[in-house]
Design a protein around this ligand. Structure first.
Ligand SMILES: Nc1ncnc2c1ncn2[C@@H]1O[C@H](COP(=O)(O)OP(=O)(O)OP(=O)(O)O)[C@@H](O)[C@H]1O
Length: 247
C-alpha cells in the first residue's frame, strides 16, 4: 500500500456564496511530485493555504503528513516546507544569514545549521557569495537557494507556489533537478506552476477549473485521454472551459 502524505476529501472553501475551492478530492503519495495546475483564479493558492495549515476549509476533510487541517495546523506547519515566488528569502540578508535564519525558524539546532549550511553553500556553488546579500544574486540562484532553505529542516512535504516564475527553461530544468533529488530522498513535492514544460516533469498533475479538479493523472495518461500531443494542449482544452478569472 502506498504511503499517503496528503489526503483530501471534498475539501471546500467558500467566501460568502463564492466557492473558491469546490469539493476537491485527491491523495498524494510519499516522494511523489504532484503538479497543481489551473488558470488564474482557479483556486490553487486557496487550496494550498489550507494544506499548509494557514487557512481553515469551510467543509470536507484533509490530512497533511497525517495531521488534520482543522485541528492540527501547528503540527502541519512543523512538517512542511514552503516556498513561493512572492516571499521566500530576505533580500537584505546574506546567503549564509538567510540559511541560519530560516533553519532557526524551522527549529534546526544551531550546530546542525552551521555544519549543513557550509555543505549546502558548497553544493550550490555559492561559496564565493556566502557573505553577499541575496539581493545581488541572479533570480535563478535565488530560487535554488529558496528551495534549499525550504527543505533545510528535512520536511515530509514541500509546497512550491510558482517557484520558477520569470526564469528561462534551462534554469527551470536545473531547478527541477533539485526537485527530483528531494523527491528521491522521500520528500513529497506539491507544486503549482503556469509552465507546461514543468507539468511534464511531474509524476501526476491535477488541473483545476473554477475551483474543481477537472483532471488528475500522469502527464502521459492525460495526453492520451485528451488526445493531445503536449500538456499545453491538455491544459488549453480544460482551461478554456473556465468561466472565471483572477480579479
Ligand atoms: N479572502 C478571499 N475573499 C474572497 N475571495 C477570495 C479570497 N481569496 C481568494 N478569493 C477568490 O478565490 C478565487 C481563487 O483564488 P486563488 O488565489 O486561490 O486562485 P489561484 O488558482 O491561485 O490563482 P492564481 O494563479 O492567479 O494565483 C479567486 O476568484 C479569488 O478572487
Amino acid at each position: 500500500m502506498t504511503d499517503k502524505v496528503i489526503s483530501c476529501r471534498e475539501l471546500t472553501k467558500r467566501f460568502g456564496d463564492f466557492y473558491a475551492v469546490d469539493k476537491i478530492t485527491f491523495d498524494v503519495s510519499k516522494g511523489e511530485i504532484f503538479g497543481f495546475l489551473g488558470a488564474n483564479g482557479a483556486g490553487k493558492t486557496t487550496a494550498m493555504r489550507i494544506l499548509c495549515g494557514l487557512s481553515f476549509p469551510t467543509s470536507g476533510q484533509a490530512t497533511v503528513a497525517g495531521y488534520d487541517v482543522y485541528t492540527q495546523q501547528e503540527s502541519i506547519k512543523k512538517n512542511i516546507g514552503y516556498m513561493s515566488q512572492k516571499f521566500s528569502l530576505y533580500e537584505n540578508l546574506t546567503v549564509e544569514e538567510n540559511i541560519t535564519f530560516f533553519g532557526g525558524v524551522y527549529g534546526v539546532p544551531a550546530a546542525t545549521i552551521k555544519e549543513r549550511s557550509r555543505q549546502l553553500i558548497s553544493n550550490l556553488g555559492l561559496t564565493n557569495e556566502a557573505k553577499k546579500l541575496v539581493a545581488g544574486l541572479p533570480l535563478g540562484w535565488k530560487q535554488k537557494l529558496a528551495f534549499s532553505v525550504a527543505i533545510f529542516h528535512e520536511p515530509k512535504i514541500v509546497f512550491l507556489d510558482e517557484p520558477t516564475g520569470g526564469v528561462d527553461p534551462v534554469t527551470r530544468r536545473q531547478f527541477w533537478d533539485m526537485i527530483y533529488e528531494a523527491a528521491a530522498n522521500g520528500i513529497t513535492v506539491f507544486v503549482t506552476t503556469h509552465y507546461m514544460d514543468e507539468a511534464e516533469y511531474c509524476n501526476r498533475v491535477t488541473i483545476m477549473v473554477d475551483g474543481k479538479v477537472e483532471a488528475l493523472d500522469t502527464p502521459g495518461n492525460l495526453k492520451q485521454q485528451f488526445n493531445a500531443s503536449s500538456m499545453d494542449e491538455v491544459f488549453y482544452q480544460l482551461a478554456r472551459r473556465a468561466t472565471r478569472s483572477a480579479d
